[in-house]
Write a protein that binds this ligand. Structure first.
Ligand code: ADP
Length: 593
């Protein structure tokens, strides 16, 4: 039954006479391109070089065919991690990250990655196999209306109904994912379409036709009056600030930002993933004087960053009531939502180029002795000195600061190209954001706009394959690590230069912190919802697959493990035992928990 469905298209069942079956066999031999091959050809032809996913019915052949055509297929244990990898790959490379999943539950697991791409505005395409079209609605194997299930998180959600639609649909999802505001798209491949066949010549024709009609991503040019207004606002401001985020990082706007900051002398503040577009050590960096910078600035040029929770919605009391925002964003929708003093829609890199040209025509520079620049630099230096004093202490059992300082110094010693830092967790991520130093663009991946936990291993794998010249260092809480810990096997299998450092404080936030009245009821002797097995041997997980694992409890042990693993550039897990009662929930989120 199943096989007949497969061959129906190429070998009609009623041809039973010898002559007829000979000609059918000849025709079948000519019909050598099935749906799996055509999807792979289209992906390879349209620029895809990497895919992440989990194989199974009906997409195993698709993965094999894609590999045979030169696409690197990174096979995961769980679609969730593979999806996170695809989303981060899209951010790091500017090309859609591809996730391949099986139907039904595979698609649902993959939705974690697709929704993460949506939340962070990163380009990604999820491709899922789906059930036979003729059996849809009848309870087929792993059946789900996947096109509808993924729609809320997709810019475009398409089902291919016939093999001949494949090249066009593949091109459409790839192109749409990067057009305008980047995001996720979905392509649904029914089993019967994957098994349909056409001839090589027809496949080639279809691909050529689609190639002819593909157009580059149209980005609107900014109005010159808007550029003039932006520059005039910055020029007249008494306390200007430049804020940039992962949209500017995605646009590769680092050179233009550097130029603007250095010509005008305006202090800058990166968002967590904007860190590194300009070095954290730059003298105009306002990160260590964040409250002063956002609380007192009168004009803020915000480039590729949303005025969402991460930036306190751009509202007082964190920001001054009278601050004038100039928002630069590729999304018109975003500008309409925030209603800034001035909104400029377009690509961050191009807009900053135009702003720099406009500034150059009539240059201005605040200079080091400008009261605003001085105030920020003094505050940043004072806070820096206080932080260093805390960091200088060797606290054992480890708090968060001591191991973070040792990791920071080891990462800085690597030099350039600097490692990609992947960070997740509550305390681990918060402390890491302040302590770890970013000097190069797109070298920080963290929980992002959604505060997604469990992204760590997927992001590490994406970074390692997208930037093979860089070491990847994950600094993760034990809870974040646990979401996808099995993917350490994937690190070992592909021999990726990834060092995963687990801050092990025995649970979510650490040890049992319940108040006495919270410890009651029939299950009061169960472990607290926040507790894991104390001193779990996470380093042994990677050893099970032949990777290297360390457990460390002192500064000397940590330094030695880092030095060995950074020079080895092999998959490693370093299990750092932390005092279970060190740290707390992130300051800005504490009131929500
Ligand atoms: P962060 O988390 O760093 O604050 P967000 O994810 O909130 O950053 O914001 C990124 C913004 O960048 C999004 O609103 C997105 O539309 C925008 N963006 C994406 N690509 C570009 C680009 N090429 N030019 C300008 N803005 C962009």
């Amino acid at each position: 039954m199943y096989l007949y469905a497969v061959h129906d298209v190429t070998v009609p069942r009623r041809q039973t006479m010898a002559g007829a079956s000979d000609s059918a066999a000849a025709a079948a031999a000519e019909l050598s391109v099935d749906g799996n091959i055509l999807v792979s050809k289209a992906l390879a032809r349209f620029g895809v070089s990497h895919m992440f996913g989990v194989v199974g019915i009906p997409v195993t052949s698709l993965a094999n065919r894609a590999m045979a055509l030169g696409i690197r297929f990174v096979a995961f244990h769980n679609e969730q991690s593979a999806g996170y990898a695809a989303s981060a790959y899209g951010y790091l490379t500017g090309r859609p990250g591809i996730l391949l999943t099986v139907s039904g539950p595979g698609c649902v697991h993959g939705l974690a990655g697709l929704s993460n791409a949506w939340a962070n505005t990163w380009p990604m395409v999820m491709i899922s196999g789906s059930c036979d079209q003729k059996d849809a609605g009848r309870g087929d194997f792993q059946e789900l209306d996947q096109v509808e299930a993924v729609r809320p998180f997709s810019k475009l959600s398409e089902k291919v109904k016939d093999i001949r639609e494949i090249p066009n649909c593949v091109a459409r999802v790839l192109d749409r994912s990067v057009a305008g505001r980047p995001g996720g798209c979905y392509l649904d491949l029914p089993t019967d379409v994957l098994h349909q066949k056409i001839s090589e010549a027809e496949a080639e024709n279809l691909l050529v036709e689609v190639e002819k009609t593909r157009k580059p991503n149209p980005v609107p040019a900014p109005r010159s009056s808007d550029i003039e207004s932006a520059v005039s606002l910055l020029r007249k401001a008494e306390r200007p600030l430049i804020v940039f985020g992962k949209g500017a990082a995605y646009a590769k706007a680092e050179d233009e930002l550097k130029k603007l900051v250095e010509i005008t002398g305006i202090p800058f503040l990166p968002t967590p993933m904007g860190k590194g577009l300009l070095p954290d050590t730059h003298e105009l960096a306002a990160s260590a004087a964040r409250s002063l910078a956002i609380g007192k600035c009168d004009v803020a040029l915000v480039v590729g960053a949303r005025l969402n929770w991460l930036l306190h919605f751009g509202e007082s009391p964190k920001w001054s009531k009278d601050v004038k925002f100039i928002l630069v964003d590729v999304s018109e929708e975003e500008i309409e939502l925030r209603k800034p003093h001035l909104g400029i829609v377009g690509d961050a890199k191009k807009i900053l180029q135009t702003i720099n040209r406009e500034v150059k025509d009539d240059p201005f520079c605040l200079g080091k002795t400008h009261p605003w620049v001085e105030a920020i630099s003094t505050k940043a230096k004072d806070n820096g000195v206080k932080m260093e004093a805390q960091l200088a202490k060797d606290v054992v059992p480890f708090n968060f600061l001591t191991p973070m300082r040792i990791i920071r110094d080891a990462i800085l010693a690597v030099g350039s190209p600097s490692p990609v830092i992947v960070s997740e967790g509550a305390n681990t991520m918060d402390v890491g954001r302040s302590v770890l130093v970013q000097k190069e663009p797109r070298t920080r991946l963290d929980a992002g706009t959604w505060g997604t936990m469990g992204v760590g291993l997927g992001y590490c794998i994406a970074a390692a394959v997208a930037s093979p010249e860089r070491l990847v260092v994950a600094v993760e809480g034990d809870s974040g690590f646990g979401f996808s810990a099995m993917e350490v096997e994937t690190l070992v299998r592909y021999n990726l230069p990834v060092v995963v450092i687990v801050f092990n404080n025995g649970g979510v936030y650490g040890g049992d912190r319940r108040s006495p009245e919270e410890i009651s009821g029939p299950f009061k002797d169960d472990p607290a919802p926040t507790s894991f097995v104390p001193d779990a041997a996470y380093h042994r997980l990677i050893q099970a697959f032949g990777g290297k694992g360390y457990v460390v409890e002192t500064p000397e042990e940590l330094k030695s493990a880092l030095s060995e693993s950074f020079s080895a550039r092999k998959p490693v897990v370093i299990n750092v035992i932390i005092d279970p009662f060190a740290g707390s929930e992130s300051g800005r989120l504490q009131h929500k928990n």
